[in-house]
Design a protein around this ligand. Structure first.
Ligand SMILES: [Fe+2]
Length: 390
């Protein structure tokens, strides 16, 4: 009997080991580090080192081409990371791909799509911030994928909440893989990407993004996306770059819409956080001067959207329709999944819509208008909808 129990114990142990075993290829994620029309970057981790790390890819359903990936390293890594940038892709084209090693196995076959060469009649992108490894975070990923597939997804900082505990990064990249394996994922850093002793080392290693990665810009169709690192908002070099980008975007006739993404809101009615006087002092004059069409934010775990503002004052009190250039509309979508924060009993004069709930944004960009919709994660009901027209 004792021997039988021992064998049973061994069987249970072996079965548990099998189930606990890591996927051979995990955390597959797409992003753009170069031209969105002709390139795509892919990053992943493997359970064991790969001797021949490659991406197989091709137009449509084919996998006829191969690109060799490079090993990415950082001191705190939990396993072998690989990164590759596919170049000379055709604009506006869907490709199939899989990553791995001919001898060690492959990921699933996924699809990716490059940006079109001529501005499309319309395109959709999605966004949220303050995500984490939670049930609402996973549900938000499913919500984003259940609608029209976005051209890309923006996350306005505070991604995994690993706070130096590296395996949490692995869990988070696994949680978002259903989205990031098929939709390019464009991040900006929040305060939680600034990890103790190593600052942004994890973020910089695990993402392939343009320029300095902590701040950068990219174009999609007729829109320019300017990504700002608000954790280091006083950095003089970044501020010079930011002003130059905003002024160039305003002068460029091919740029119809200018959308800024960063982590920290300037204006807020979140309890114990309220307005950020330091960031208002530095950034408000820049926003008022160049008037980007939309500023996407996080950090406060709820939803709060302003009227078009100049110097914190609404220039229109219409609930949902605005003229381009009137003022700056700030959208805080910090209910990505991590947790929720209370809002003050009284709604500030600058706020058009606010709610304490989990949510995500769906933005439809066309030549004539920018349509912003916010959906509650719990039941996918519409929380807010407004339009900026040219
Ligand atoms: Fe934050």
């Amino acid at each position: 009997m004792r021997r039988f129990s021992y064998i049973l114990f061994l069987i249970v142990l072996i079965l548990a080991g099998c189930f606990a075993q890591q996927k051979p290829i995990s955390q597959v994620h797409l992003s753009w580090s170069e031209d969105p029309q002709t390139t795509m970057s892919i990053t992943w981790q493997s359970a064991r080192p790969l001797s021949n790390p490659v991406v197989q890819y091709g137009e449509g359903k084919t996998l006829s081409q191969t690109a060799v990936a490079r090993r990415i390293r950082y001191a705190q890594e939990t396993g072998p990371l690989y990164q590759v940038t596919l170049r000379n892709l055709k604009p506006g084209t869907t490709y199939s791909y899989r990553v791995g090693d001919p001898n060690r196995g492959w990921s699933e076959v996924y699809t990716l799509r490059t940006a079109p060469a001529t501005p499309p009649a319309r395109f959709v992108f999605t966004a949220f911030a303050d995500h984490g490894v939670t049930d609402p975070a996973a549900q938000n990923v499913r919500r984003v994928l259940a609608g029209e597939k976005p051209a890309f997804h923006i996350i306005m900082g505070d991604l995994s909440y690993a706070n130096g505990n590296q395996p949490i990064w692995d869990q988070w990249f696994e949680l978002i893989e259903p989205l990031t394996s098929q939709v390019p994922f464009m991040a900006v850093p929040g305060n939680h990407e600034d990890e103790r002793d190593i600052r942004f080392a994890t973020y910089l290693a695990r993402f392939a993004l343009p320029h300095k990665e902590l701040y950068y810009r990219f174009d999609y169709g007729q829109a320019r996306f300017i990504m700002f690192n608000s954790q280091d908002f006083r950095d003089a070099e970044q501020l010079r770059w930011f002003e130059k980008e905003l002024s160039e975007a305003r002068r460029d006739p091919t740029v119809r819409w200018v959308i800024v993404s960063m982590h920290h809101p300037l204006y807020s009615s979140t309890v114990r956080r309220l307005n950020d006087t330091a960031r208002i002092e530095v950034l408000q004059p820049i926003f008022d001067r160049y008037r980007p069409d939309l500023v996407l934010l996080g950090h406060h775990h709820n939803y709060e959207r302003t009227y078009p503002l100049i110097g914190m004052k609404p220039v229109s009190k219409h609930p949902s329709r605005y003229r381009k250039g009137q003022g700056v509309i700030y959208v805080t979508s910090g209910g990505g999944g991590k947790s929720l924060y209370d809002q003050t009993p009284e709604q500030p004069a600058f706020t058009a819509k606010r709610e304490k709930c989990y949510q995500y944004l769906r933005v439809t960009v066309s030549d004539r208008s920018l349509l912003v919709e916010c959906y509650r994660t719990e039941d996918n009901s519409l929380l807010d909808r407004f339009e900026i027209v040219r």
